[in-house]
Design a protein around this ligand. Structure first.
Ligand code: TNX
Length: 546
């Protein structure tokens, strides 16, 4: 054989071996790579694995929800005893998991954590219960997806890749909004959603409790709000009556949360580091309240909850002082029920025609020196804002509240703009622009292949591309962007399975937008991790869109 030919063959073989080895290494790397969503701020891969076995116990200083969550998950799926014990040092042996707040770095804040997985032990360290919870959620995502199952998963291996994670959120407001007025969801369903939020490290549940088609919150002082306002004749919105089970004994559609239900859900959310922001949407979107108490409208009514349009008909009368007395009473009960710092009072889509015709509104405009009905809306908002402020809480309102006349502590929630202007005038802002954050929009351009949804199109990739901090703000004003949230309006969403279909996996993408460092955003890598996340959602029985 000529020399040059032998050389060529050797070269080809060398290249082939090299390519094969590279591919194998790449495959190993991909297989063993952690698949946490949202992507942690810092993650260092290390050699080896921790094998979770029958000797595994959990040690903690004080019994937090994080410890309960781990114990409950691991017991359910491994069938091991997984004892939970206080840290008293010497018993913590090999193969155990430690949750601790000792000697933590304050720079990690209340939600940050460190997670170390070594071959012989696991340690989650944080400054408090929120960080311990998020460290535990990340640990669960290092285990096989079957850890989210409902039954003992036989004799499989429970391996955790060795890593060192140091993680904390990019933004403080990581939210999800659910409209329970257009369709009603039970307390058990709300709890399931709260679990799903905690898994994604989301910490604000914005609960849209009132709208034209239903008032969902028991108010002791005004029982008609739920006696009348929580029910309508039909499911509405052209939907199949059988697509929901929310009917009363007389066959009316609806439902509401008692104050006891609310307290239970608030506590459930609190354990999961979720603050509930209740929304009482006024002065528009108020047909349900006015169906019960028409005397607080300009015309005296009648109003009905049986309407299938998103655009409001029912508007409170700001010319009448009794209106404010009523709303103050309602808000006083709301503030008593929800311990969080924020009360959302809506302010969106307020039709002004009733105010133009109403002598009391016109008198108010004159007496207060207001220019027009537009300024009357600001006057209305300001009165409620002052009441909320006097109770040591902060009002939140939609884009339409503008930024000219807001009280210092008020937060603007941007759905159709106004966020940049509000930040420039020194107000905190939550971003939820329709274009990126509206989960009631279609997930495919082939609408016939999808269940009915609101008009526009919002694919997963677009949610993932959302940048919540507007580039046109300077860095001082960028700090006023508290965070962002996804909103689920439920005109076309009569059941929890449909809620899950619209919410997941798009909420997984939003979770990464608000939690992970901006520079770590990577669509291809997210897609890789999402495949595993979907396996987890399957285990949890979440009916996401495939
Ligand atoms: C606008 S967003 C609304 C809701 C509707 C939604 C439908 C906002 C503050 N108001 O009342 O449900 O559009 O996408």
């Amino acid at each position: 054989m000529p020399k040059s030919k032998a050389g060529a063959i050797i070269l080809v073989i060398t290249v082939a071996v090299f390519v094969t080895l590279q591919a194998k290494r790449q495959a190993e790397r991909t297989l063993g790579l952690p698949t946490i969503i949202p992507q942690p701020a810092e993650i260092e891969h290390q050699h080896g694995t921790f094998e979770l076995g029958p000797q595994c116990g959990i040690f903690c200083e004080t019994q937090t929800f994080a410890a309960t969550l781990l114990v409950e998950r691991l017991r359910t799926v491994t069938g091991y005893a997984v004892p939970l014990s206080p840290v008293s040092s010497n018993e913590q042996g090999r193969g155990t998991i430690l949750l601790t707040t000792r000697g933590m770095d304050p720079a990690l804040g209340s939600e940050g954590y460190e997670l170390v997985v070594a071959p012989d032990h696991i340690c989650i360290a944080a400054n408090g219960p929120a960080g311990l919870l998020y460290g535990s959620e990340s640990l669960l995502e290092l285990l096989p997806p079957q850890v989210f199952g409902q039954h003992t998963a036989g004799s499989r291996a429970w391996s955790v890749p060795c890593v060192r994670i140091r993680d904390q959120p990019r933004l403080t407001w990581r939210g999800f909004m659910l409209d329970v007025s257009r369709h009603f969801f039970s307390t058990a369903e709300i709890k399931k959603l709260l679990d799903e939020m905690a898994l994604h490290k989301l910490n604000i549940f914005h609960w849209h409790l009132t709208d034209d088609q239903g008032w969902r919150l028991e108010i002791k002082k005004y029982p008609e709000l739920t006696k009348v306002g929580a029910w309508r004749k039909r499911i509405g919105f052209n939907l199949d009556a059988k697509s929901s089970t929310a009917y009363d004994a007389q066959g009316r559609y609806g439902g509401f949360y008692s104050q006891a239900d609310i307290r239970e859900i608030v506590a459930y959310a609190h354990a999961r580091n979720i603050t509930i922001v209740p929304e009482i949407d006024v002065p528009g979107h108020s047909s349900a309240a006015l169906a019960a108490y028409p005397q607080f409208s300009c015309s005296g009514g009648p109003y009905t909850t049986d309407m299938s349009e998103a655009v409001s008909a029912g508007v409170f009368c700001p010319g009448n002082d009794e209106t404010f007395k009523f709303l103050d009473d309602v808000l006083a009960e709301v503030m008593e029920l929800f311990p969080g710092p924020f009360v959302h009072i809506g302010g969106d889509e307020v039709p002004k025609q009733n105010w133009r015709k109403c002598p009391r509104c016109q008198t108010r405009i004159r007496q207060e020196g207001l220019k027009d009905e537009h300024e009357l809306q600001h006057y209305f908002f300001h009165r409620l804002e002052q009441f909320i402020d006097a109770h040591g809480k902060r009002a939140v309102g939609w884009s339409e509240i503008g930024s000219g006349t807001l009280a210092q502590g008020t937060v603007l929630m941007d759905w159709i703009g106004g966020g940049v202007e509000a930040a420039r005038t020194g107000h905190d802002v939550v971003m939820s622009p329709e274009e990126f954050c509206y989960l009631d929009f279609y997930q495919s351009q082939d609408r016939n292949a999808e269940p009915p949804a609101a008009g526009a199109y919002l694919p997963l990739e677009k949610v993932y591309s959302f940048e919540p901090v507007p580039a046109q703000l300077d860095s001082a004003h960028q700090k006023l962007i508290l965070g962002a949230q996804a909103n689920l309006w439920t005109e076309y969403i009569p059941s929890m399975s449909r809620v899950e279909y619209m919410t997941f996996p798009r909420l997984c993408a939003l979770a990464e937008v608000v939690w992970s460092p901006k520079h770590s955003r990577n669509w291809d890598d997210f897609s890789r991790r999402l495949e595993v996340q979907k396996a987890r959602l399957d285990q949890l029985g979440i009916q996401y869109r495939h």
